[in-house]
Design a protein around this ligand. Structure first.
Ligand code: G4P
Length: 527
């Protein structure tokens, strides 16, 4: 039987990630969540914008130059007796596999939308990853203090584009300069918004029911009448919140607010801790592993050279079951190697705090002695492995050339280590004469690769993005297709061909019926 403390710790864990299009307000919301979680006293200390202090995860110089957060780590805070792990996912226009992999360590996701822009391309892609995993998604419509789309239209858009049932739990009263607050559809109370200078302190709130004579005084006669009308329409036309549908990822509860003005965040957070699930079982080769089982964890992200003081490689592990204690002896299940986990820490940029204990849902950084690969499992009992861990099909390809041929050895080492981290995927020409192609989900990955190769391995490379956009795996003997220049091999030696467009692919299929194209390998996920 699981010990009582373990059961309690599991029940109070909430591990989630924020998904959003750049600029929707993810950084601002993160900051305000930490404010309510008591992790920071005044907002403004974690914003990643230039001229301000950086988020604690902004440790790489390329990130600092660009003022964006490229790699992910976890922020932890307590709220209402719950222990919350917020996985930091990058929100830049281009994104990397890293973002997707981080989502595999989350038990739920918060989708942040800009009230004027609604669902945007990046939201769609990240949403698709959460959808594939079937994790519950909550929605926060941000920037209500700016002119916004009609809330009914916004909900329809979410439903139509993302094919998910939407149920508002709050409802906005006005927008832009007329934004007066939200109506809590569950407690039937108006939470009135008061602008505070810069939104730095917790926003004050006043409440009044729909029939409360104070309502008109709070929001004005027009908005009060509109609100009563909207609520009637919502009650008549929209489904009720259904917890089971939410937990299976088919329904998203929607909240409205303004992160910058610190409005709606605390309300969201109190709902979040009640609605979002604690860590559940993990699918493994030995069946579902319950969080109460003895300790096991999986590696979802690798990072080399996290800081200049500590030139090492870190493996990020999510505890999937049991009680993790620093210094414990575990088995690395892929190799059978015994490891002692004495170098474990939580990572907050360059600051490291030693981790003594961790529970399911928690993220622990392990110093990687070179044994860990993404998807690896460590455990105290049983040869547990994960059935598959997603890699993502690259959609952009670059050629790479070494500027100083004397650096070939360092180049190959950097290439191998950064590929292992998932910074890029490598495709090798079969004739061995040319340099490899790099594949990525977004072109920013190439810049990161180039910068890190220079900074960490002292290797200067030239990179050119090609017009290839598609990759397909081929059956059979690689020699049969060797005459095609764009024929390459993946890192496991499987024959692969690159294409410039869907048309290019179908034309090649027509012209060369002798080539057999395979469905995507199991370890690759399309987004
Ligand atoms: P991101 O991490 O999703 O990219 O978004 P971020 O929080 O950096 O927010 C993007 C911009 O939107 C920032 O403005 C931020 O201040 C603003 N913003 C966030 N939430 C709200 C909101 O509720 N209302 C309004 N009106 N604006 C909001 P910026 O001009 O790019 O930067 P800054 O100079 O304000 O830092």
């Amino acid at each position: 039987m699981a010990d009582k403390n373990l059961t309690t710790e599991i029940a109070r864990r909430r591990t989630f990630a924020i998904i959003s299009h750049p600029d929707a307000g993810k950084t601002t919301i993160t900051e305000k969540l930490l404010l309510y979680g008591g992790a920071i006293l005044e907002a403004g200390s974690v914003t990643a914008k230039e001229g301000r202090s950086h988020t604690k995860s902004d440790w790489m110089s390329i990130e600092q130059q660009r003022g964006i957060s490229i790699s992910s780590s976890a922020l932890t805070f307590e709220f209402s007796g719950r222990h919350i792990n917020l996985l930091d996912t990058p929100g830049h226009q281009d994104f990397s596999e890293d973002t997707y992999r981080t989502l595999t360590a989350a038990d739920s996701a918060l989708m942040v939308l800009d009230a004027a822009r609604g669902v945007q391309t990046q939201t769609e892609k990240l949403f698709a990853v959460c959808r594939n995993r079937g994790i519950p998604i909550l929605t926060f419509v941000n920037k209500m203090d700016r002119p916004a789309q009609d809330p009914f239209e916004l909900l329809e858009q979410i439903e139509n584009i993302l094919k998910i049932t939407v149920v508002p739990l709050t409802w906005p009263i006005g927008d832009g300069p007329d934004f007066k607050g939200v109506y809590d559809l569950q407690t039937k109370q108006v939470l009135a918004f008061e602008r505070t200078a810069g939104g730095k302190q917790r926003a004050p709130m006043q409440t009044a029911g729909l029939d409360d004579p104070k309502l008109v005084g709070l929001v004005g006669a027009d908005l009060a009448a509109k609100l009563r009308h909207d609520v009637e329409l919502i009650t008549a036309a929209l489904p009720e919140f259904d917890a089971a549908e939410f937990l299976s990822g088919e329904l998203t509860p929607v909240f409205f607010g303004s992160a910058m003005n610190n409005f709606g965040i605390e309300h969201f957070l109190s709902n979040f801790v009640e609605l979002a699930p604690p860590p559940g079982p993990t699918e493994t080769n030995l069946g579902e592993r319950e969080p109460e089982a003895p300790f096991a964890g999986f590696i979802f992200k690798l990072q080399a050279n996290m800081s200049k003081q500590h030139r090492d490689r870190t493996a990020f592990m999510r505890v999937m079951s049991g009680h993790f204690e620093r210094g414990m002896d575990v088995t690395h299940t892929r190799t059978g190697r015994k490891l002692r986990l004495s170098q474990a820490h939580t990572l907050f940029a360059q600051d490291r705090e030693k981790v003594e204990d961790a529970y399911p849902g928690d993220i622990v950084g392990l110093v990687n002695p070179g044994v860990f690969q993404i998807g690896d499992v460590i455990s105290v009992n049983g040869k547990v492995v994960l059935p598959s861990f997603p890699r993502f099909t690259p959609e952009t390809f670059a050629t790479i050339g070494l500027r100083d041929v004397g650096k070939r050895k360092a180049f190959m080492k950097g290439l191998q280590q950064l590929a292992e981290e998932g910074v890029v995927q490598v495709f090798y020409p079969t004739d061995g004469a040319r340099d490899p192609y790099l594949g990525a989900v977004g072109p920013l990955q190439f810049e990161v690769f180039q910068a890190r190769l220079l900074e960490e391995y002292g290797v200067d490379v030239e990179m050119n993005v090609t017009s290839y956009q598609l990759v397909r795996w081929l059956a059979g003997d690689a020699n049969s297709v060797a005459r095609f220049a764009r024929h390459v091999e993946d890192d496991q030696g499987r024959p692969v061909m690159l294409f410039r467009s869907k048309y290019d692919l179908s034309y090649t299929q027509e012209q060369h019926p002798e080539i057999e194209f395979l469905p995507l390998p199991k370890d690759l996920t399309r987004v």
